[in-house]
Design a protein around this ligand. Structure first.
Ligand code: PSV
Ligand code: MN
Length: 405
C-alpha cells in the first residue's frame, strides 16, 4: 500500500472500530467474496448496430482465460470464469479445464446458447415445431456433458423465446413445451449440478417473452425440482421494479440461484455494474449480506454479465469487480442491531439513516487493503496499466475477427 492509502486505511480503521464494527469479520468476509467473470465479456461485442473491434481481444477460449486470470490477479476474488457454448466450444474440454487450473482458475457456469441458430427464429424450447425443440434440448444435454467435463456445477439458462404478435403462437402451449424440454435437461444433470433459470422482460421478443420475470422463472423452477433456481440479471427488469425486494423473496424461498451483475439506464444495457445506480446495488447487497449473516454462507453465486462496447474490456471488468467489492463492503458495515431496534420501534427515519450511514462510508481504503491481503492489487486499474499486459497481447493477438464470440 502506498503511504497515502495506508494512512487513509488507518483513519477508516480507527473510526470503524470506534463505532463498534468488528473489522476482522468484515475483512474476512471481503476476502471470501467470489465473483465469476464471463468469457464473453473479454471478446468483441457491440450492439445490433455494429461491433467495434478492440485491439488485443482474445482469439479463442484459452486467451479469454488468460484475460480472466489477469482480472483475478489484480482483484483477488475472481477465480472462476463462466463459459458460453458454442462461443467457447473446443475439441478437448479436458484441455480447457486443465488450462484454467494452470491459471489458478476454475470454470464456472456453462451457458448454452439457444438464440443464434437460424432454426431458433420462432424460439428454442418453446418453438412450435418439435424438431427445433429436439435440437434445443439436445444442445442443453450437450451442455450438461460439457459442464461435467469442465468440472462445472451449474447450467445457466437464458432463453430468447417469445412472440412478437398476439396470435403468433399459443401462450399456454409454449409454456408446456418449455417445461417438457427443461425437465429432460434437468433429469440429465448430475446431483451436484444446479440449473439456473434467467428471465428477461423483453428483447428479442417484443410482445410476450416466455420467461419475462422472476415469477415465471420461479414457477418453472418449482416444477423442475429443488436444484432449479432463479438467476437475477440486473438489466432484465421493468423500470421501477424493486430488485432488492425480489432478491429477499427468492432467498426466503431458497430459490436465488445466481446473479448476473451489470447496470442499465434503459434496458439490457450491459453497463459496468454500479456505474448508473450504485445505491440500488448497495441495497441488493444489504439483502445478500443479511442472509449471509444468518446462515454463515453466501446465499447464492455471483457472476458478472457484461459486454463492453466502447470501454477497454479488462479495465472495465476490473472496475466492475471493484464496484462489487465496495457495495459488499458497505453492506457489511450496516449496523444491523441499530437497524433492528429502529425497525421494532417503528422509527422509520432512523432505520433509513442507518443504511445511509453505511452507504456514505468511503470503503475504498478498506477494499484496497483487503485486495493487498489477498496478494492482489491495491489499485487494480493502475497496476494493470503498469503491467504492460495490454501492450503485450496487442502484439501477440493479431487478426481477430469482428464477431461476438
Ligand atoms: C441475455 O441478455 C443475457 O443476459 C444472457 O445471460 C445471455 O447468456 C447473455 O446475456 C449473453 O450476452
Ligand atoms: Mn444475463
Amino acid at each position: 500500500m502506498s503511504t497515502t492509502s495506508s494512512e487513509s486505511y488507518s483513519a477508516l480503521e480507527s473510526s470503524l472500530r470506534a463505532a463498534g464494527v468488528d473489522l476482522d469479520v468484515v475483512e474476512a468476509r471481503l476476502r471470501a467474496q467470489r465473483i465469476e467473470t464471463p468469457s464473453w465479456g473479454y471478446a468483441n461485442s457491440g450492439t445490433r448496430f455494429g461491433v467495434f473491434a478492440q485491439e488485443g481481444v482474445p482469439r479463442n477460449p484459452f486467451e479469454k482465460l488468460d484475460d480472466a486470470a489477469e482480472v483475478h490477479c489484480h482483484t483477488g476474488v475472481c477465480p472462476a470464469v463462466a463459459v458460453h457454448i458454442p462461443w467457447d466450444r473446443v475439441d478437448d474440454y479436458g484441455e480447457l479445464a486443465a488450462y484454467a487450473r494452470s491459471r489458478a482458475l476454475a470454470i464456472g457456469a456453462v451457458n448454452p446458447n439457444l438464440f443464434q441458430e437460424k432454426d431458433y427464429k420462432l424460439g428454442s424450447v418453446c418453438h412450435p415445431d418439435a424438431r427445433v425443440r429436439r435440437m434445443a434440448t439436445d444442445h442443453l444435454l450437450e451442455c450438461v456433458a460439457v459442464a461435467r467435463e469442465l468440472g462445472s456445477d451449474a447450467l445457466s439458462l437464458w432463453f430468447a423465446d417469445g412472440t412478437n404478435y398476439p396470435g403468433q403462437d399459443s401462450l399456454h402451449e409454449r409454456r408446456e413445451r418449455m417445461t417438457a424440454c427443461l425437465s429432460e435437461a434437468y433429469a440429465a444433470m448430475d446431483p451436484e449440478m444446479e440449473m439456473l433459470v434467467e428471465y428477461k422482460l423483453y428483447e428479442p421478443a417484443f410482445y410476450a417473452t416466455d420467461l419475462a420475470d422472476w415469477g415465471s422463472a420461479l414457477l418453472v423452477c418449482q416444477h423442475l425440482g429443488e436444484r432449479a433456481k432463479v438467476l437475477v440479471d440486473l438489466g432484465h427488469h421493468a423500470h421501477g421494479v424493486n430488485i432488492e425486494q425480489l432478491v429477499a423473496l427468492l432467498i426466503g424461498e431458497g430459490r436465488l440461484g445466481g446473479f448476473h451483475f451489470n447496470n442499465r439506464k434503459y434496458g439490457d444495457d450491459d453497463l459496468i455494474v454500479g456505474s448508473v445506480n450504485p445505491f440500488e446495488l448497495f441495497l441488493i447487497y444489504v439483502e445478500l449480506a443479511g442472509a449471509e449473516q444468518l446462515t454463515g454462507a453466501a446465499p447464492t453465486r455471483y457472476a458478472i454479465d457484461q459486454s463492453h462496447n466502447v470501454e477497454p474490456k479488462i479495465e472495465a471488468m476490473l472496475l466492475s469487480v471493484m464496484n462489487l467489492q465496495e457495495a459488499y463492503a458497505k453492506a457489511l458495515l450496516v449496523d444491523r442491531d441499530t437497524l433492528a431496534e429502529a425497525q421494532l420501534a417503528g422509527d422509520v427515519l432512523e432505520g433509513h439513516r442507518v443504511l445511509l450511514d453505511a452507504y456514505a462510508t468511503d470503503v475504498r481504503p478498506l477494499c484496497a487493503k483487503v485486495r493487498e491481503d489477498l496478494g492482489a492489487s491495491a489499485a487494480p486499474i493502475e497496476a494493470f496499466r503498469a503491467s504492460g499486459y495490454r501492450e503485450r497481447v496487442i502484439g501477440e493477438r493479431q487478426g481477430v475477427g469482428v464477431s461476438w464470440a
